[in-house]
Design a protein around this ligand. Structure first.
Ligand code: ADP
Length: 664
């Protein structure tokens, strides 16, 4: 990143900052990685920072990093980060001049922007007017048509009476979208007229529940769709663009990895998209950082007449680091500069692209269980050198059920796409997280996908190859031998005075489970030398200065274990649990026929009663956790022996919900 022209030490007299047109102190109305990322830039610019936090975040990293912090109380967003009045009060009390909303929470709430303005503070972002104009997908599309920005063919009027006829007119497949939509909610693809009524009802119900607005629009479903978005920056009148990001690798309409520039992009198409995005921003008098999202029909390569406006996100985007990597611009610095009245820091001609960048979103997620959000304590958290890490957590922190389970964003930047992709794979494989399950294995598999490597990305890629991408690798005998040593706690360094002779020949039995419960005999030959006997192999293991050798060969492996759970990190993460010999039920899915809550949540629906016959895959109940509904299904054919939960019950992680007896 280039050195900032406004790099001042903190604590200069206010008049000096005023002369430079830069805030002396801002409040960050957010949490997690984005709050930390904003504080980073503030520190570099000598701007003071005020964090706000919920009760559960009292010791969070963003609170630690900020100069001052104000408690908002509560745990849920409604009790904390969504309390606009309390946040404005906190800014006034601490003497902050401006509020940075980050993304999510209040970032796209025009009423909040008006309240900030009314309090005499500066909102670091666009005007309430611009947010409203872009807030509803239907109104935004109508505005874009007027501004000469191409939109997806479809129906985006207010009337909701003839939607089926409109879908027929557009031609199937179509996509139903909630006009107030976001995060893929209220969105349904319909392939044929016979399914339209049912899907419409589902979309409307979901939209009503999520946004309090059931209205929908209908779009032609673009074939071989690619999601390419353009970063824009406005000063309230004029705008520039900072090129494109490709966010086509998605799961259920949610971005998984992003890159910049877009593979296969031509100068003509980049120009056409950039200009369209600037027109979109200028049409609403946009100020600050924004993203214009386009859907691209890539069935015939990238063509400058085949991109269509989808929506504008009137805030900093999660994936902004890839743009920062290729342009050398610190987008948060630009936000601060524009909001403090300095004007746009660069003209279009000043901006250019260097190299290629990828970002991967690392989440606490149970991938084999269908990407269920997971929780846990991050007992181990180590990232690779050479990658940019944006994170809101430190080793020992908790991923709680209250918020998004994101652990970190990992961003790499290389001279070309192939190099950057190789860096991404390497950095993912070197990431060591213990204490919760993560999606790192999935991200690493994705980074090695041949279609991805070839740049053949579209929004269906992940779904098509989901099975291969989510297949977990079986631990080999060497990995299992390392787990056996760790399960007994023998991986920890031993005090130097422990004489070798005391150790010779001590034999113990390790009991652990990757998928299945297994035992191994571990003979300690010296404090750092073990012979592990598995049913199918014998390995000699030594551990010196953090390096593990197996049968004499140096490995890249490392292990972690806290007595109940552990992991072997060896190219990928192999999590295991330590089995207490007295407690067989500690093995999840250990064949006891009991379905347990994978996380704390609310039982929404119970589908079965005791005595019911079910088939493998039948839904047993629905658990709502972290604002999402999760269907829990029968693992095998059988009879329901006992139902231990009812609809409306709040359950803890691991709570037994349904017990089944398998059919012979
Ligand atoms: P949301 O605001 O709920 O995230 P978007 O309108 O941004 O919804 O769309 C999310 C994703 O859905 C896009 O990135 C793209 O993958 C897919 N999508 C949206 N519109 C279309 C369309 N007309 N045809 C095909 N795919 C689409």
């Amino acid at each position: 990143m280039p050195p900032s022209p406004v790099a001042l030490p903190r604590g200069l007299p206010k008049s000096q900052y005023e002369a430079l047109k830069m805030f002396t102190k801002i409040l960050i109305a957010n949490r997690g990685e984005i709050a930390c990322r904003i504080i980073d830039t503030c520190r570099r610019l000598g701007v003071g920072t005020v964090a706000v936090h919920s009760d559960v975040d009292a010791n969070a990293r963003h609170v630690d990093m900020a100069d001052e912090a104000v408690s908002l109380g509560g745990a849920t967003p409604a009790e904390s980060y969504l309390r606009g009045d309390a946040i404005i009060d906190a800014a006034l009390t601490t003497g902050a001049q401006a509020i940075h909303p980050g993304y999510g929470f209040l970032s796209e709430n025009p009423d909040f922007v008006e309240a900030v303005d009314a309090a005499g503070l500066t909102f670091i972002g666009p005007s309430a007017h611009a947010i409203r104009a872009m807030g509803l997908k239907d109104a935004a599309k109508a505005l874009m048509v007027k501004a000469g920005v191409p939109v997806v063919p479809g129906y985006h009027e207010a009337g909701q009476d003839n939607l089926a006829a409109e879908a027929d007119r557009i031609g199937y497949p179509v996509l139903i979208k909630a006009v107030a939509g976001g995060g893929g909610k209220g969105m349904r693809r319909v392939n044929a007229a016979k399914d339209f009524a049912q899907e419409l009802e589902a979309a409307q119900t979901e939209a009503q529940k999520a946004f309090g607005n059931a209205a929908v629009l209908i779009e032609k479903y673009v074939s071989t769709p690619r999601h390419i978005e353009v970063q824009v920056f406005g000063d309230g009148t004029k705008a520039v663009h900072l090129f494109e990001r490709d966010c086509s690798l998605q799961r259920r309409h949610q971005k998984v990895t992003e890159e910049a520039p877009a593979p296969g992009m031509t100068p003509e198409m980049r120009d056409a998209m950039g200009q369209a995005a600037v027109r979109a921003a200028e049409a609403v008098g946009y100020a600050g950082a924004g993203t214009v999202e386009f859907i691209v029909d890539a069935s015939d390569g990238l063509r400058s007449d085949r991109f269509y406006f989808m929506e504008m996100n009137t805030r900093l985007q999660v994936e902004h680091p890839v743009t920062e990597a290729i342009t050398g611009v610190d987008l948060v610095e630009w936000q601060l500069r524009v909001a403090s009245g300095q004007g746009l820091p660069a003209t279009q001609d000043d901006l250019s692209i260097t190299g290629h960048s990828f970002e991967a979103r690392i989440y606490a997620e149970d991938v084999p269980a269908g990407f269920l959000p997971a929780i846990g304590t991050l007992h181990q958290l180590q990232f690779a050198d050479g990658a940019r890490i944006d994170t809101g957590v430190r080793e020992g922190d908790e991923i709680s059920p209250h918020y998004d389970p994101m652990i970190a964003k990992l961003t790499v930047h290389g001279p070309d796409r192939a190099t950057a992709l190789a860096q991404l794979t390497r950095a993912l494989k070197a990431t060591r997280i213990g204490g919760t399950v993560t999606n790192i294995g999935f991200l690493a598999a994705l980074s090695e996908h041949s279609g991805f490597a070839a740049g053949d990305v579209d929004t269906g890629l992940i779904e098509r190859d989901l099975e291969a991408l989510t297949k977990s690798t079986e631990p080999c005998t060497k990995t299992r031998a390392l787990a056996a040593v760790a399960a007994l706690g023998l991986h920890r360094s031993v005090p130097a005075f422990a004489g070798v002779s005391l150790w010779g020949g001590v034999e113990q039995t390790a009991r652990f489970a990757f998928d299945e419960d297994e035992t191994a005999r571990v003979e300690t030959l010296s404090p750092a030398q073990f012979r592990v006997t598995l049913p199918d192999a014998i390995h000699d293991i030594t551990h010196t200065d953090g390096t593990w050798r197996v049968d004499g060969s140096k490995t890249a492996a490392s292990v972690w274990c806290n007595g109940t759970q552990g992991a072997v990190f060896w190219g990928e993460t192999y999590p295991f649990i330590v089995v207490d010999p007295l407690d067989r039920a500690a093995v999840q899915g250990g064949g006891d026929g009991v379905t347990r809550a994978p996380m704390p949540g609310l039982v929404r629906v119970v589908d079965v009663k005791a005595g019911a016959q079910v088939k493998a895959g039948d839904r047993l109940l629905v658990l709502e956790a972290m604002k999402m509904e999760h269907a829990l299904r029968a693992e095998a054919d059988g009879t329901v022996a006992e139902v231990m939960a009812s609809a409306g019950d709040q359950v803890t992680a691991g709570a037994a919900l349904v017990r089944m007896e398998a059919d012979d």
